[in-house]
Write a protein that binds this ligand. Structure first.
Ligand SMILES: C[C@H](N)C(=O)N[C@@H](CCC(=O)O)C(=O)O
Ligand SMILES: [Mg+2]
Length: 355
């Protein structure tokens, strides 16, 4: 089965409510889809999310990287020469991780389809269902309290609360949400780089003293400030999770060597897909560091690929795959099912859908 072409299409999906973090506000997903075609008519599907503030990629840069670099590098190759394809894909251009991720997952899709097996089984099935959190966008405190209570009513037991936009209000924000949702809901806090290291220690200690029982704080400081993150990890009791600071396996090694975080958030859009995500997951596992699987603003296409990966890895202990449930409607049929907090793997070959 040889690769003959890579075709590109637009993926658009309005969100239920605007998605707001310390880094950006978005009301609609505008992503790039890919179809990798083969000489026997089989098609592999993938998606790239242009998250300029995190990966540096735009829609135009993704299309350019795929058409001008990735496509020429892998066209004509046989799907069974899997690792050779991956090596070419990952070395034909520096960075451009979301463009690589879209093609990487489409190749995995094709490989699993060729052997008529669901991707999570090809990867070595560990579980068949995942429990995701849901994101509470950063807004006025009263709105975040209402959104949190509504999410709990919809059946979500884990909330990922965005902070870092107005650091002075963040302690009050979390205290009020904890009071409103009660003690049994798991609260994750994601500052998206919005605090300084000293601010972070001050805020997290206040949250600890107030008994808010936060499961973890994600990316408290700027992505390059590893010394700052190390200071936060060393000076608080709460678990710190590295997100924007970890794209590559070497980033993970650095974080682990410096003890700059307790956990690592793996996203296919940062790693360039499943091939590199596996390496990070295994490096972390060997060092006793648990991982989260996360997503950008992505639809069911690429989030399903991430779900297959997560279902195959014991060390993925936390799931933030809420992209599809943040969308107003889900136009894609087949593949894993997304039903509020539950993501259940299906047994169709590959990732599970054909477009
Ligand atoms: C969507 C997911 N829950 C999430 O919060 N992802 C990112 C931000 C993604 C984006 O800006 O598109 C994160 O920081 O964890
Ligand atoms: Mg994050």
């Amino acid at each position: 089965m040889k690769i003959t072409d890579i075709q590109i299409f637009e993926v658009e999906a309005p969100l239920r409510t605007p998605f707001k973090t310390a880094l950006r506000t978005v009301d609609k997903i505008r992503n790039i889809g890919v179809q990798v075609l083969t000489d026997n008519g089989q098609v592999g599907v993938g998606e790239a999310a242009p998250t300029a503030v995190i990966t540096g990629e735009t829609k135009a840069s993704i299309v350019h990287a795929i058409t001008e670099y990735i496509k020429p590098a892998i066209t004509g190759m046989d799907i069974d020469d899997f690792s050779s394809i991956m090596e070419r894909l990952h070395h034909c251009i520096y960075k451009n991780t979301s463009a690589k991720a879209a093609v990487d997952m489409a190749i995995y899709d094709l490989f699993a389809k060729k052997y008529k097996t669901p991707l999570y089984k090809v990867l070595g099935s560990y579980r068949k269902e995942l429990k995701t959190d849901i994101t509470i966008s950063v807004n006025e405190i009263s709105e975040m309290v209402t959104d949190s209570v509504e999410a709990v009513k919809r059946g979500f037991e884990i909330l990922k609360i965005k902070v870092g936009k107005n650091p002075d209000e963040d302690v009050e924000r979390i205290k009020q949400i904890r009071n409103a949702v009660g003690p049994h809901i798991t609260l994750r806090v994601d500052a998206n780089q919005g605090w300084t290291a000293k601010q972070a220690v001050k805020i997290i200690r206040k949250l600890e003293d107030a008994g808010t029982e936060i499961e973890l704080v994600e990316q408290p400081v700027h992505y390059e400030d590893l010394i700052g993150m190390q200071y936060v990890t060393a000076n608080t009791q709460t678990n710190i999770l590295a997100d924007e600071s970890v794209f590559s396996p070497l980033d993970a090694v650095k974080i682990i060597e410096m003890r700059a975080a307790d956990f690592i958030n793996i996203k296919l859009m940062k790693t360039g897909g499943i091939y590199q995500a596996q390496k990070i997951c295994h490096i972390a596992e060997a060092n006793g560091i648990e991982c989260m699987i996360g997503c950008m603003l992505e639809t069911k296409i690429s989030v399903s690929a991430a779900a297959h990966f997560a279902a195959s890895e014991k060390n993925i202990q936390m799931v933030d795959l809420d992209g599809p449930i943040l969308c107003l409607k889900d136009p894609i049929t087949g593949g894993p099912t997304f039903n509020n907090q539950w993501i259940r793997m299906s047994d169709e070959p590959g990732i599970g859908f054909s477009l």
